[in-house]
Design a protein around this ligand. Structure first.
Ligand code: UDP
Length: 381
């Protein structure tokens, strides 16, 4: 069979690799001039720092099979994400942990004391937090909500946290010990030569061809036995019902001689600071030494046509439109929608890879039985 995969990011590469190994010819196209989608990395010509071109990507997972998979294609270096935040005139440790709580309230509490103290701040009348704000008020109380979450979230999402789902905040833990590792997964690391080299290795198979700078045209789909679409779901249908909303990011680059901020990610919680965070890319490769440094100030805004989509917004309005596109997709034969854009979800890299592996397996099982491939393997609703 000839398979067309639209998008040479993690979804397209992993599905392509699995199907190529099963004996299918895979044509992978991407409209951009590089592979690896938004986890694309490249060395800066001036400083030789490995740049996370579309913002920071830190690999973390509890899925051992996914961890083993990526380790087959890249050497992973130990890396722990230790994020700091500047807010209300001080620097604190994130995610909120015992150091953050003690410093913020000028206390020297032990874990149980801090737990009771924070519980006393929490709004216990909120029994079933639905919104981001309710979740924050329920678990950290109003002072820390304002300092760490409210301003940052308004900048990141361009709306009030009362309009956002609680699930966004659930990504972040609150810890009553001094563990400041942002992620709580068994496996965490950074590919030594960057994500693009890893994706290149995944794509390196005699049955895979990759064409860059190649936007999709319908005749390509007609020539293929099946299409895996990792572009945005609404773009497949030429935005016929309207556009699904995304936040996009603008990066304002600045160079520095030496160490600008002493860590990879510094968030800014104050609403008066227009950017959400500054990333200093050489700290994503702590095993390397560079005199020069490259930083990005990161600004978030609503994506306009032509902008790179990053975060699906998924508020009530978008979800209604999404449901209509999902129905259209289910009525379309021969195309499976995959990945962050294809299923309009806020996906981490490990989940993207897990779903790509499952999608390839489903495809092989369905075709062995002569059954049609569904439009979605992962539920986008
Ligand atoms: N968040 C916040 N303050 C912070 C960091 C995160 O309020 O200092 C909120 C914000 O709404 C963000 C969400 O928590 O969108 C999830 O944060 P995460 O660090 O997972 O975001 P990502 O790195 O994926 O942009």
């Amino acid at each position: 069979m000839v398979i067309l995969l639209v998008g040479a990011g993690l979804s397209g590469a992993v599905i392509g690799r699995q199907l190529a190994e099963a004996g299918h010819d895979c044509r992978i196209i991407d409209a951009r001039p590089h592979i690896a989608g938004n986890c694309h990395t490249e060395r800066d010509a001036d400083t030789s720092v490995m740049m996370h071109v579309y913002g920071p990507h830190i690999f973390h997972t509890d899925d051992e099979a996914v961890w083993n998979y990526v380790n087959d294609f890249a050497t992973f270096m130990p890396f722990q994400n230790r994020v700091k935040t500047t807010t209300q005139g001080a620097v604190y440790s994130l995610p909120i942990n015992l150091l953050t709580i003690n410093q913020f309230f000028g206390q020297t509490m032990r874990p149980d004391e801090a737990r009771s103290f924070v519980a006393s701040k929490a709004d216990t009348t909120i029994t079933d937090p639905r919104t981001f704000e309710e979740q924050a008020l329920r678990f950290v109380g109003p002072e820390m909500y304002r300092a760490f979450f409210k301003g940052y979230t308004e900048k990141q999402w361009g709306c009030s946290p009362t309009e956002l789902p609680a699930s966004i905040l659930k990504r972040l833990p609150v810890r009553f010990n001094y563990d400041d590792n942002y992620f709580f997964h068994r496996f965490q690391g950074m590919p030594q030569d960057g994500y693009t080299a890893m994706v290149q290795a995944i794509l390196d198979h005699p049955r895979i061809t990759v064409e860059l700078d190649t936007p999709y045209t319908p005749d390509m789909g007609e020539k293929a036995d099946h299409v895996f679409w990792s572009g945005s779901l609404d773009s497949y249908f030429d935005y016929r019902l309207g556009r699904l909303g995304y936040r996009t990011l603008d990066f304002e680059r600045f160079d520095y001689q030496g160490d600008y901020q002493g860590c990879a990610v510094m968030n800014y919680g104050d609403p008066e600071v227009p950017y959400t965070r500054i990333t200093e890319h050489k700290h994503f490769s702590p095993w390397e030494t560079h005199d020069g440094s490259v930083c990005y100030r990161e600004f978030s805004r609503l994506a306009e046509p032509g902008d790179t989509p990053y975060y699906p917004i998924r508020l009530v309005e978008e979800k209604a439109l999404l449901a209509d596109y999902v129905q259209m997709a289910r009525d379309t034969r021969g195309v499976t929608f995959v990945g962050r854009l294809g299923t309009y979800r806020y996906l981490d890299m490990d989940v993207t890879i897990r779903e790509a592996l499952d999608t390839a397996q489903t495809f092989l099982a369905q075709s062995a039985e002569g059954q049609p491939m569904p439009a979605f393997v992962a539920d986008p609703s």
